[in-house]
Design a protein around this ligand. Sequence first.
Ligand code: ATP
Length: 275
Amino acid sequence: MANCDNCPSKSSCSKPKDGCMIENNPLNKINKVIGVMSGKGGVGKSTVSVLIAKGLRKKGYKVGILDADITGPSIPRLLDIKDAEVESTENFLYPVETEDGIKVMSFNLLMEDENQPVIWRGPIISATVKQFWTDVLWDELDYLIIDMPPGTGDVALTVMDSIPINGLVMVSIPQDMVSMIVAKAVNMARKMNISIIGVIQNMSYVLCPNCNEKIKIYDTENINKFLEDMNLKLLGEIPMVKEISNISNNSYGESDKIIDKIFNPILENITKAIE
Ligand SMILES: Nc1ncnc2c1ncn2[C@@H]1O[C@H](COP(=O)(O)OP(=O)(O)OP(=O)(O)O)[C@@H](O)[C@H]1O
């Protein structure tokens, strides 16, 4: 199945053709792949993946999300499709589509009971992630967003090794930002020759609902120096707001306008950088 012609990285790839281990499904035509990564869990990586996908979809792009967080898959819940079922043929899996047209593949959509844990060893989990790239019929997509497994372990390595990611968005919270956890994730991506689009600082502040004052909870003094030292771009800051924590219940109403106001400038930075 190896096929450079429909590889999202074909215009920027410098690897020799016979040295590339990436298998691309010739039936898929995916233009750009954006990975969303964090140094550790719980900082809002899946939420940011969904914000990117929804934002791009609203701009009219064809968008998919590949949930590579096999043991802690939260994309179906965040997109309110947790009861949907994946259709399959002998060779292929078909992504589930949300009401607004985002295609999704997640291990949770393949499980009968989402409360059951995935008690698998690393190599099997890695093989499943690979299959989500090679055996899912994504068809034509402008953007595929990969919700990466948290951290810098085995599965993150497989994703970087077997999916042609055009750029990575790093998500962190201010408390962890100036730390070796973020540095480790950044250095791992660079060692794997994957370009980093920039960093999103999530849960950066709380917005006072009465006076709109930005209340900073964490000390953020050294962040600019850290970004400069690591040669990283800050794509933007996301406050802690209930509209984002309730994203799965949001249809395109008032809450959506609040989210758009916060996230649209960040999305613009991402699309500009990846193009
Ligand atoms: N900006 C925000 N404002 C309010 N709540 C948020 C914000 N970002 C994330 N959350 C909430 O924080 C929790 C963790 O977010 P999320 O699941 O996206 O993190 P994660 O990094 O993907 O975690 P994991 O690695 O465990 O999958 C969720 O309950 C989410 O709703």
